[in-house]
Design a protein around this ligand. Structure first.
Ligand code: HDD
Length: 711
């Protein structure tokens, strides 16, 4: 799509107070207007500077020229110090049922109540222009424009964090960011300072297990879980508190790329996740998540063998189940990246009546940092007036002035006042619906700089994570540690880190050490446990829904288009997206000599890593042409190596013969299909229904990781 704004796939027609508010700020290209200055003065020419003589110097009195250049010179603002690279969308949150027994939050008070949201997904380490598919944590920040003011749930796609205390955040970020002397590497953690810090800060071990797992290389923002990470509080109208953890679960399931694929994608399409989100919404395939909560009664605060205030710990779902409370749908793309996505300002302290903090020291520090960072990033205290940040609730206060003030305040700006009848007045100490009051808690303690002993077990939950992984997930974790630590130049850092891993699991440490060419570490002093939490494995997080998976129909002239069209229409019915990839643009010749398939994407402009699966139709000419094309052979071979479903119709099965290990399943008499490990072949001339079912099933399984090399 060009620079024009499309409304296709937009949910803009629904009754959405945020959308209605934004409408007042939108400005499209005029139908017929003369260009003006910032002052609205229509001018003759902003293409040529005012000069003394045709070949003479430019004059200072050229106010058009000066204004144009000055504005341009000031276009950039500081990027976010972390989470600089991101993409966002609008949508709504819909509450399933009233939660008034747990919280007085208005947006959770009524079945079917819809609250507008703005969600920004991000990577953490890389700058604004870095690639989407690096190994990194993903941000998952949601702004709920509730009737009682903005509520921000600023989470990640992993449920724990690297550090326990916010005062360590600058150290952590300095370590993970590119190294200070040469500004390398961009977007990645595979470097000395990151592993130096983590190896010396064992509280990071649990998060490292997540970051080295495939969760750090998601297939799509649409296929990631989200977590509020901290323990928060729900508070009822009469002031009763319940601890709560928030979970977003994607309707499409949790799916990842594989590491080689993620690295290749970063080159072939650095905007892979941004494009995926944008295109899904434009196509009307609105991404959806379910919001769930884990609830812990105040009196049970200390009943776990970890501290619920420690952000390096999860509450295993087997101990406290996740209760679904609503769903979120993203159905509208922003219209101007800078105005909306870049200027969006999230803040953990943006809470509404019915939600409050816990004493998690990481959360407490965040509550300072986000407002502080917006002041420097957005240039002053009035950023809440920017369209994307404006609440739909009314705003009344005595804050005044500051850079970029948009409001013409009338009347007094202090309280108490008699000149304006003491307006706006205080909400008051009496409990009132819709008026925020802090949760009352008794605090009794010495002023100290020390962490609670209950924060000191850094390994049990890392072991729990490892124990809960499928074999293929463990292989990927081992390979990730080998990759990352293999890039670390300082031997002592590698050794220290492998020593920490030995405290998680001896097999893990041994396999990582072997890959690094190091001796296996001494057996850890403390015993490991064998508990598992099945909810942690991605193997258990795929709902079997193939919709929006992208299939490349790889074809050339001489294609049997009737057979492939029959398959493609069945895929489309299941919500699968099929794109014909041909050696060139235009229309492919059918095997009968007539015109066959319309090419959507020419092979030189795309790559196998940009698809979830490959379907190769039969036809003498097409199979011969593909077999002779190095690009086409690589396309199929790469899909095989990345564990993707590959469907071959009729004689296209020949293309697999050159790929080591790509053996078809034995023929089952009469089934017309041979299917094993995601390799699906139609072997009879007739009915394709068996093939279609097997291929859709393979798509829903996402990947066949056991096809990949073992470590
Ligand atoms: Fe943070 C941005 C998530 C710890 C300080 N953080 C930021 C964003 C997300 C998170 C999703 C991007 C928001 C957006 O899209 O604009 N941060 C987290 C999570 C954490 C966490 C889940 C741990 C549980 N962060 C954390 C700590 C501090 C910060 C401990 C500081 C003490 N984070 C910031 C920040 C950022 C930020 C510097 C950078 C840009 C911004 O806030 O708006 O203030």
């Amino acid at each position: 799509m060009g620079v024009g704004i499309s409304t296709a796939g937009s949910g803009a027609d629904r009754d959405d107070p945020k959308d209605a508010q934004l409408a007042a700020f939108r400005s499209g290209p005029p139908e017929d207007a003369v260009v003006t200055t910032d002052q609205g003065v229509r001018v003759d020419d902003t293409d040529n500077s005012l000069r003394a003589g045709e070949r003479g110097p430019t004059l200072l009195e050229d106010f058009q020229g000066r204004e144009k250049l000055t504005h341009f010179d000031h276009e950039r603002i500081p990027e976010r110090v972390v989470h600089a690279r991101g993409s966002a969308a609008y949508g709504y949150f819909e509450c399933y049922a009233s939660l008034s027994d747990l919280t007085c939050a208005d947006f959770l008070s009524e079945a079917g109540l819809r609250t507008p949201v703005f969600v920004r997904f991000s990577t953490v380490q890389g700058p604004r222009g870095s690639a989407d598919t690096v190994r990194d944590v993903r941000g998952f920040a949601t702004k709920f424009y509730t009737r009682e003011g903005n509520y921000d749930l600023v989470g990640n796609n992993m449920p724990v964090f690297f550090i326990q205390d916010a005062i360590k955040f600058p150290d952590f970020v300095h370590a993970v960011k590119p190294e200070p002397h040469n500004e390398m590497p961009t977007g990645g953690t595979a470097h000395d300072t990151f592993w130096d810090f983590c190896s010396l800060q064992p509280e990071s071990t649990h998060m490292l297990m997540w970051a080295m797992s495939d969760r750090a290389i998601p297939r799509s923002f649409r296929m990631m879980q989200g977590f509020g990470v901290h323990t928060f509080r729900f508070v009822t109208a009469d002031g009763r508190g319940t601890f709560v953890k928030f979970h977003w679960r994607p309707k499409l399931g949790v799916a990842s790329q594989v590491w080689d694929e993620a690295q290749l994608t970063a080159g072939k399409d650095p905007d892979f996740h941004r494009r995926d989100l944008w295109e899904a919404i434009e196509a009307g395939n609105f991404p959806e998540w379910e919001l769930g909560v884990q609830l812990v009664a105040e009196e049970d605060e200390r009943s776990f063998d970890f501290d619920i205030l420690d952000a390096t710990k999860i509450i295993p779902e087997e101990l406290v189940p996740v209760r679904p409370i609503g769903r979120m749908v993203l159905d509208r793309n922003p219209e101007n990246f800078f105005a909306e996505t870049e200027q969006a300002a999230f803040h953990t302290a943006n809470i509404v009546p019915g939600i409050d903090f816990s004493n998690d020291p990481l959360l407490q520090g965040r509550n300072f940092s986000y407002l502080d960072t917006q002041l420097i990033r957005l240039g002053g205290p009035n950023f809440a007036q920017l369209p994307v940040n404006r609440p739909v609730a009314e705003v009344h206060h005595n804050h005044r002035d500051g850079y970029g003030q948009q409001v013409i305040h009338r009347g007094t700006s202090y309280a108490p006042n008699s000149l304006n009848a003491n307006q706006p007045h205080q909400g008051g100490q009496e409990r009132q619906a819709g008026v925020f009051q802090h949760y009352q808690q008794r605090i009794d303690g010495d002023v100290i700089r020390r962490r609670s002993g209950s924060f000191s077990d850094h390994y049990s939950q890392a072991t729990l994570f490892w124990n809960s992984m499928a074999d293929w997930e463990r292989r990927h974790i081992v390979e990730a540690f080998r990759f990352e630590l293999g890039k670390v130049e300082t031997a002592e850092i590698r050794e220290r880190m492998v020593g920490n891993l030995a405290r998680v699991d001896a097999d893990l440490a041994g396999r990582v050490a072997e890959g690094l060419g190091m001796p296996a570490p001494e057996k850890a002093a403390e015993p490991h446990h064998d508990r598992t939490s099945p909810a942690l494995s991605q193997d258990n997080l795929l709902p079997g829904d193939p919709s929006t998976r992208k299939v490349a129909v790889l074809a050339a002239d001489g294609v049997d288009s009737a057979r492939v069209t029959a398959v493609v229409s069945a895929l489309t019915e299941r919500g699968v997206i099929a794109e014909v990839v041909g050696p060139r643009g235009g229309t492919l010749r059918d095997q009968d000599g007539g015109s066959g398939l319309e090419v959507d994407t020419a092979l030189p402009t795309t790559a196998s890593v940009l698809y979830d699966a490959v379907l190769v139709p039969g036809g003498e000419g097409t199979v011969r042409a593909l077999a002779e094309s190095p690009d086409a052979r690589r396309f199929v071979e790469e899909a095989y190596r990345h564990g993707k479903p590959i469907g071959v119709l009729d004689n296209a099965a020949e293309l697999l013969s050159g790929i080591s290990g790509a053996d078809l399943a034995p023929d089952v008499e009469g089934s017309g299909v041979r299917s094993r490990q995601g390799l699906v072949a139609a072997v009879s001339e007739g009915d394709l229904s068996g093939f279609r079912d097997a291929f859709v099933e393979a798509l829903a399984a996402h990947r066949f990781p056991d096809r990949l090399s073992a470590s």
